[in-house]
Design a protein around this ligand. Structure first.
Ligand SMILES: Cc1cc2nc3c(=O)[nH]c(=O)nc-3n(C[C@H](O)[C@H](O)[C@H](O)COP(=O)(O)O)c2cc1C
Length: 197
């Protein structure tokens, strides 16, 4: 006999599915262990795909925006500015839901939103991610440390390199895998539609 908890009945109405998607995205921001916490962000650069895992930091249901933090010096910042469109891919194996989000991307490296985010982060475990002396991906010389190469401690606080990647959601492609039949639906400003049911 299965000891799994009883599965909740499948959502039948497109508006309920869209609402559940946004509720899950909002939960993922709050819950570090949420299965939608770490989507893959895909972009393009010089006609080639680029992809990486990022942590979902904000989800605004009313504005249909999502946001992520990064190091302002990381390659993806220039790539997004050059080609400001992307796709986010989420997978939740408990719900058996894949979500693909087509979005317009922008990056802020200065301004009040960045400084507010930094105020919240600066004393956290992850603050060091945005304080490194070297740009992410920069090649290391891997030379042995000598007394001359060890950086001297500085009295002034190191500048941070926090940047915010904002994603304006244009459309959602939702897929639910099920033994009884997969279901798929699309949501955008033009409305909602079943693609498979
Ligand atoms: C679980 C996980 C979470 C990550 N979260 C972030 C993140 O929130 N922001 C970020 O810039 N990189 C994050 N990374 C690292 C990126 O996947 C990537 O390696 C790095 O940002 C360099 O990407 P780029 O070369 O495309 O700029 C994360 C990696 C993992 C494995």
């Amino acid at each position: 006999m299965s000891t799994d908890p009883p599965a909740s009945p499948p959502l039948e109405i497109l508006a309920d599915i869209e609402q559940a998607i946004w509720e899950d995205l909002a939960c993922a921001v709050q819950e570090p262990r949420h299965l939608w916490r770490t989507p893959c962000l895909l972009t393009s650069h010089q006609q080639a795909p680029e992809g990486r895992v990022v942590v979902l930091r904000h989800a605004d249901t009313a504005l249909r925006t999502l946001a992520f933090y990064t190091d302002a010096r990381s390659p993806k910042v220039g790539q997004i500015r050059g080609q400001p469109h992307g796709m986010l891919v989420f997978w939740n194996p408990v719900r058996s839901w894949q979500l693909r989000v087509r979005c317009a991307l922008s990056v802020a490296t200065t301004g009040s939103a960045v400084e507010q985010a930094w105020e919240q982060l600066r004393n956290s475990r992850t603050a060091g991610d945005y304080l490194g002396e070297r740009a992410p991906g920069e090649k290391l010389a891997c030379l042995p440390l000598t007394s001359e190469s060890v950086p001297l401690p500085t009295a002034s606080p190191a500048p941070h390199h926090l940047a915010i990647i904002s994603a304006q959601v244009q459309s959602l492609d939702w897929l639910e895998l099920a033994r009884t039949g997969h279901r798929r639906a699309a949501f955008s400003s033009e409305g909602a539609a079943w693609l498979q049911c």
